[in-house]
Design a binder for this molecule. Structure first.
Ligand code: NI
Length: 185
């Protein structure tokens, strides 16, 4: 088990577009190790996704894993560990929805971001086979958030109202109760 250090906002490599992986790299020992380490790192830090640039590797690789069930984001569809090489997104429906996103590279903060809520994701698996899946709702947000990292983009770039950036404690204290009240209204 090798947990890698997650680099944080301010590290210039989080802002560099990552390069595509070549087919012949996919079965290399180095890439297999990187993937195994990213899985260990995601499990150790806790989270639903991790992109290679967050462990300071500038390649187009991201992993997503969602346990599913009831979460603060509502009832989540379970997503088994999915390893996405050179992913692309097709927006199926431009209508957006907003969520308070967090990021392992921006610890302690949450920000409200609106994104398209119905997408199709195309990527290669580690065998170089083309895969695709459809993601709706918060899952669509997760994939877009992770793939943004591959373009050197962070969720804070997409916050339209800077007042909707908060520390986690204040988010829990002031924002969550208000949203619960809204949901009951
Ligand atoms: Ni992130």
């Amino acid at each position: 088990m090798a947990v890698r250090k997650i680099i944080r906002m301010g590290h210039p490599n989080l802002r560099r577009p990552a390069r595509p992986l070549l087919l012949e790299e996919l079965q290399s020992a180095e890439l297999q190790r990187l993937v195994a380490d990213m899985i260990d790192t995601l499990h150790d830090y806790g989270g639903v996704g991790l992109a290679a640039p967050q462990v300071n590797e500038g390649v187009r690789l991201a992993i997503v894993e969602v346990a599913g069930g009831a979460t603060r984001y509502g009832d989540l569809q379970q997503v088994p560990l999915t390893i996405c090489v050179n992913p692309e997104i097709d927006v199926l429906d431009e209508r957006t929805a907003g969520y308070w996103e967090g990021c392992l590279s921006i610890p302690g903060l949450r920000g409200y971001v609106e994104r398209p809520q119905s997408i199709s994701v195309r990527f290669l698996d580690l065998h170089g086979q083309a895969q695709s899946l459809r993601a709706d709702g918060f899952l669509a947000t997760i994939f877009q958030h992770e793939f943004d990292h591959l373009d050197g983009r962070l969720y804070i770039d997409r916050i339209e109202d800077p007042a909707k950036l908060a520390f986690e404690d204040e988010y829990a204290r002031y924002v969550l109760p208000r949203e619960a009240a809204d949901a009951r209204a």
